[in-house]
Design a protein around this ligand. Sequence first.
Ligand code: ARG
Length: 367
Amino acid sequence: MGPEAPGTGTVADRDEAEEFLRRFHTEQPGSPVPFRLRLEQVRAAIDATGTYRHTTAELAHGARVAWRNSSRCIGRLYWNSLRVLDRRGATAPADIHRHLCTHLRQATNGGRIRPVISVFAPDAPGRPGPRVWNEQLIRYAGHRRDDGTVLGDPRTADLTEAVRRLGWQARPRGPFDVLPLVIETFDDKPQLFELPKELVLEVAITHPDVPRLAELGLRWHAVPVISNMRLRIGGIDYPLAPFNGWYMGTEIAARNLVDDARYNLLPAVAACLGLDTTRESSLWRDRALVELNVAVLHSFEAAGVRISDHHGESRRFLDHLAREERQGRTVPADWSWIVPPLSGGITPVFHRYYDNVDQRPNFYPHQ
Ligand code: ARG
């Protein structure tokens, strides 16, 4: 993501449209409609209606290039194999929910996780596209207690309160309660939808040689599906375009379960390992962190759920960079996001700098 988000006007940006079409025709030659003709069509459509409609091929390529341009993502080597589901025709919240369920099913694929994006209707003049309030399709609730502490993921505490105000009645059961989705469209009020249980693949966390770790009852969901970024292609905004890859272990075991403002579990893990937590210089935090990462990789692998480790993923990212450079393309990258939050200096991505430029198509956070 670049430092500056583009405008969110619902009128398509002409220059961006032209630049995208030019790039599309260079990168994907052999299109049935020649470039000049397509340019005329799009200009005429923008003049007449304020916007234009991407062809299926433009949409698919645009979504893939948006991934290729995502400077925070280390996993971009496979950008060109992203599966693109064209859901622009879905308008009713119940239809959107049905397509999101299909997305989860196809992405999860019984554990052999596949990168998928579902693209819903774009913003158009006088008619903004649909949105989902959740930052990911699968997230755990953060139930705020009276004393201000949170049961579950503190990151979702506000969203959890918001879904309660919308009528979510589920009793807090534990730290890993899956939140319902909030789907908002132009024609309807925000609506709640539960995800069918069988669509939410989760992995219980165990350690290969520390049986006590299982007693913590930790788990995580198999698929991260980001649902709160808008996809911008050729001057058009798609406010709902949920996408997923598979996890890199550190996302779960060095951040989600570990950050102070998330599950904050290092003390509990250190207790399982019997570490001396009275002095920082025992490096109990670091040792607990490594063992938790071992546990998450081990558990996903044992469950047959695709996951990668930060060493392999770092090497693949540098392969990607070299391959893109051979194509004459810049790979925008944000060092602070690319370098893994564990063992940074022993991964090759640490030892260099990157250009971090805002190239479109891309994904942007909602304002
Ligand atoms: N870091 C986020 C999480 O822990 C997921 C971001 C996307 N990650 C991915 N592997 N595609 O849930």
